[in-house]
Design a protein around this ligand. Sequence first.
Ligand code: ATP
Ligand code: MG
Length: 385
Amino acid sequence: MSKLILVKYASEIFLKGLNRNKFEKKLRDNIAIKLEGLNFEIISDQNRYFIKVDEIDEAIVRIKRVFGVAEVCIVTKVDRDMVAIKEEALKKVRESGSKTFKIITNRANKLFPQNSMETSREVGGYVLHRMDGQITVDVKNPECALNIEIREYAYIWTNKDKIKGAGGLPYGINGSTMLMLSGGIDSPVAGYLMARRGVALNCVYYHSHPYTSERAKDKVKTLAKILARYTEEVNLYIVPFTDVQMEIIEKCREDELTIIMRRFMMRIACELSDRLGIDSVATGESIGQVASQTMEGLIVSTDCADRPVFRPLIAMDKEDIMDIARDIDTYETSILPYEDCCTIFVPKHPKTKPQVEAMRKSESKLDVEKLVNEAIDNMEVVKLK
Ligand code: ATP
Ligand code: MG
């Protein structure tokens, strides 16, 4: 008898047809990467993995964060033998302290003589008899749902041994994105949601030294590091942005500052993606959230993009975004006070309905290409794990 971790994967992976093997392999590889340093073995068995590991609690913390994992259960493995199954079932039901129970059997191995129904009935009868009136069967809403899965061995667990996984699709299976990561609440959540759908994450942060402090930069590094818990190593590109901003302030109209700045952020993210072979750009914008995130504002910044721009929070309310931030542990870091490069140079009356043609015209006074290339040439790269 030994304890194992049972990993069930997201049902979407079942639907992937011919790609399914690719998805399964990626998921398995990703789990193995996250378990590095522990003493483990992964056994694939018909749509699930059984993981034998010495450090079971630590392994669970790591596996439940792997995208594509729907559920993890701590299961007890016993011989494929009715006596052993009954004993373990009784022990688990008793330990659960429940007043009602139900047995759910899945006989994947037809060498076992009793079918699923017969097994449930026989084990249930045994538990009832041995618990001597302290428990009853409730098939609709049992306090203790005891699962028996019969394969090469028999695996047993209850609803209390189940932990919800991160869901989504295996990281790295769906191309790559350059996330514009600020120190705020939104962009880390946007990055998490993209990564959760299998998109490999890279981050760019625009730093306005000396107007934004080292502390602001450290905050963004911390956020990227939290995101890296769910992904693999994440590259954070720290791009100096002061020269760009100074040039805009000098040459453009005050009410256009924010929007032109945002256009530069977009251009730099795209140029950087181009150099690094990254497919898309992602931001934490949500329609209507602030003055620069009007429909017109989004259209005008997208105008500078040469690849798809994903805004996974576009239709979400701030409250819902904050809930996710709390869940993924970025919230506490995001709310630390810091200076944002956008809050330093805010016009008194920002344009809320900018027009593409007018912005292009304003920018004709700037050497756009030179500003973009210089910013990228002077960037700093930090790898976070
Ligand atoms: P966040 O909470 O993500 O900072 P926000 O609500 O404060 O978002 P803005 O400051 O308008 O909104 O920024 C909108 C988006 O632009 C951010 O979600 C982020 O993707 C990007 N962004 C803003 N500032 C920076 C920055 N300094 N570096 C990188 N990206 C940035
Ligand atoms: Mg912000």
